[in-house]
Ligand binder design. Structure first.
Ligand code: 13P
Ligand code: SF4
Length: 339
């Protein structure tokens, strides 16, 4: 049998644990049942104690489950915000509650720090769709065309690129180049969604997010029929016809901000399941319809896995120094672009 982080022995839910975590439970009780809380609370308490003792921070993506997002993270946000945070945190130990490319980006930005990923198997279908060698071939095939690489890629791929982007800043990055053509890799759908908003020609790659590519325009029509009046928000990793049929399309931060700024009565978020849970905690007056699409990679990160990661300082993310220097240039160029 595999020795996975899930095998950590269940910690007991004692009256003291209940007392010490009561304020946190009050915050998340609308999305976590009392029964579930009994299993989460002892881990939350121990992770928060250990973090303090070790001077560690937990950086959590918006797709983490609510007990991670709201109860153990020091900072939570979209891919761009996590990269910005990794670049500026003073903590020497970062636990990345997200997928591998996010931990690698943190390591690239803070090479002197220790970056841990609680489960090395937390990958991404976009990151595994392209290699550094593929990017070198693209450069040969399209000489002089800027290569804009989504952060959902390996350090090798970033190192071969001119600049990175996230779904928050992709349009600004495309517009920051003077020519009339760019290559935006590896997400074909993000590239096509951005192409609808710019006069430039956007060439792309055949990658896709295995979670967002499953949504269809027919799904959107069905959501409109089933929940009349609901505002429909879609992530730009969805196929263009899904974004076109929706009321708004943007990164996970942009979707969360949309709810904060517009306080819709009813909302459908076409994205990963945990988003609605996390955003709903701070917006009790909005009803969230939850078309659930789980990212199996994000869901490998659990409280027991985070605790084990801290206890054993594993698994440390390592990036070849020469690759990291070149990858950092591409990420730094992205961070310098104002949006
Ligand atoms: P953002 O949080 O940057 O919108 O990215 C979504 C995503 O799929 C990350 O894996
Ligand atoms: Fe990758 Fe999609 Fe999962 Fe994000 S949601 S980590 S893009 S597979």
């Amino acid at each position: 049998m595999l020795d996975t982080p899930r095998q950590t022995e269940q910690l007991p839910y004692t009256p003291a644990v209940s007392r010490e975590t009561a304020a946190l439970y009050d915050k998340v009780k609308r999305v976590i049942s009392e029964l579930e809380w009994a299993t989460h609370a002892p881990y939350i308490l121990e992770i928060n104690r250990l973090k303090k003792e070790m001077g560690a921070v937990v950086l959590a993506h918006n797709y983490m489950t609510p007990e991670i997002f709201h109860c153990v993270s020091d900072f939570a946000g979209d891919s761009l915000q996590l990269a910005q945070q990794a670049a500026k945190t003073e903590a020497q130990l970062i636990v990345q509650a997200g997928v591998h490319f996010m931990a690698e980006t943190s390591k690239i930005l803070s090479p002197e720090k220790t970056v841990l990923i609680p489960d090395m198997r937390a990958g991404c279908s976009l990151a595994s769709s392209i290699t550094g060698a593929d990017v070198r071939l693209l450069r040969q095939k399209f000489p002089g065309v800027p290569i804009i690489t989504y952060v959902n890629t390996s350090a090798d791929v970033k190192a071969e690129s001119d600049i990175c982007c996230t779904s928050s800043n992709a349009l600004a990055i495309v517009e920051s180049f003077p020519g009339d053509t760019v290559l935006m890799i590896p997400d074909q759908y993000l590239a096509r969604n951005i192409a609808r908003q710019t006069k430039k020609k956007v060439l792309t790659w055949q990658g896709a997010c295995e979670v967002h590519e499953k949504f269809t325009a027919a799904d959107v029509a069905q959501f409109r029929k089933a929940w009349p009046g609901a505002v429909i928000l879609a992530h730009p990793e969805c196929p263009p016809e899904v974004c076109e049929a929706s009321d708004f399309s943007g990164s996970t931060k942009a979707m969360s901000d949309y709810v904060g700024n517009n306080a819709p009565k009813k909302v459908v978020m076409i994205t990963e399941c945990s988003m609605s849970d996390n955003v709903s905690v701070n917006h009790p007056n909005t009803e969230f319809v939850r078309p659930c699409a789980l990212c199996p990679h994000m869901k490998r990160i659990t409280l027991p896995a985070i605790l084990k990661s801290l206890q054993t300082r594993t698994t440390e993310v390592v990036v070849d120094a020469a690759v990291a220097v070149r990858a950092k240039e591409a990420v730094d160029r992205m961070l310098a672009v104002k949006i």
